[in-house]
Design a protein around this ligand. Structure first.
Ligand code: C5P
Length: 230
């Protein structure tokens, strides 16, 4: 069945993880830094709020930002959104978010630090996830990438046309991702790794080079340029 045909029956929840350690840019927590007239976090949440495929949104925040987040929910009239406290590691925040989703068949997990989520990235991701139960946005690596040992000596040069940079959104059948989060406890840097460890197949679908994660002041400068051109 096509996504269009299933649209009305899909039960989809989005988790926007934004409970990072509160790195500051211009003395403002990077997740609330102004970008094109609204806080950085508001970009991805606005997209989920606007997306008719998504019925619920859980935003994870750390203790310092909890109240700020609750005010933002009211100000921006995010009727689908609730805020929950994140955890120590990213994956702990995702786990908290998963606990808060109610009656979902699909979970979309997205970094709040990636403002340029689009309706297409959500829709294409859900379509791809329906093939195997799991799909992640990714872009082909442009640079040659090296593996090196602790002494800085190259141990391997993987074939570039097989390498992809993983992004979010990462989309999973709800039962699959909750099972993975129960069983896998060692530290990972994305959600797909969890389900890969259990042997599930994860599909890559084309993300976007402008779907950047804002980590440094340089990233923010680039994000401002992207925001102007959207
Ligand atoms: O750690 P990294 O920079 O990859 O973080 C990606 C996203 O995960 C960010 O949006 C960050 O706020 C979120 N995060 C979280 N809880 C943590 C650590 C990171 O929600 N404990």
């Amino acid at each position: 069945m096509s996504l269009r045909a299933q649209r009305s029956n899909l039960k989809v929840g989005a988790i926007i993880v934004a409970a990072g350690s509160g790195e500051r840019i211009d003395n403002i927590d990077k997740i609330f830094v102004p970008l094109g007239g609204k806080p950085l976090l508001a970009w991805s949440v606005d997209t989920c709020q606007r997306c008719d495929l998504v019925q619920q949104i859980v935003i994870t925040l750390n203790n310092n930002n909890f109240e700020l987040g609750q005010n933002l929910v009211k100000e921006r009239a995010w009727s689908k959104a609730t805020i929950c406290l994140g955890g120590l590691r990213r994956q702990d925040s995702v786990k908290e978010g998963l606990r808060k989703l109610k009656d979902c068949d699909w979970a979309i997990i997205h970094d709040g630090a990636r403002p340029f989520l689009t309706l297409d990235l959500i829709q294409n991701g859900l379509k791809a996830a329906m093939e195997t139960g799991a799909a992640i946005a990714a872009v082909p690596v442009k640079d040659t990438t090296k593996l090196a040992d602790d002494a800085g000596l190259i141990t391997e040069t993987p074939q570039r046309d097989k390498l992809w940079t993983a992004q979010t959104p990462q989309i999973f059948r709800f039962g699959m991702i909750t099972e993975a989060y129960k069983k896998v406890t060692n530290e990972v840097t994305d959600d797909a790794t969890m389900v890969e460890r259990l042997g599930y197949k994860v599909k890559l679908y084309l993300g976007a080079y402008n779907n950047i994660k804002v980590t440094t002041p340089e990233d923010l400068a680039l994000a401002k340029i992207i925001a102007q051109n959207i």
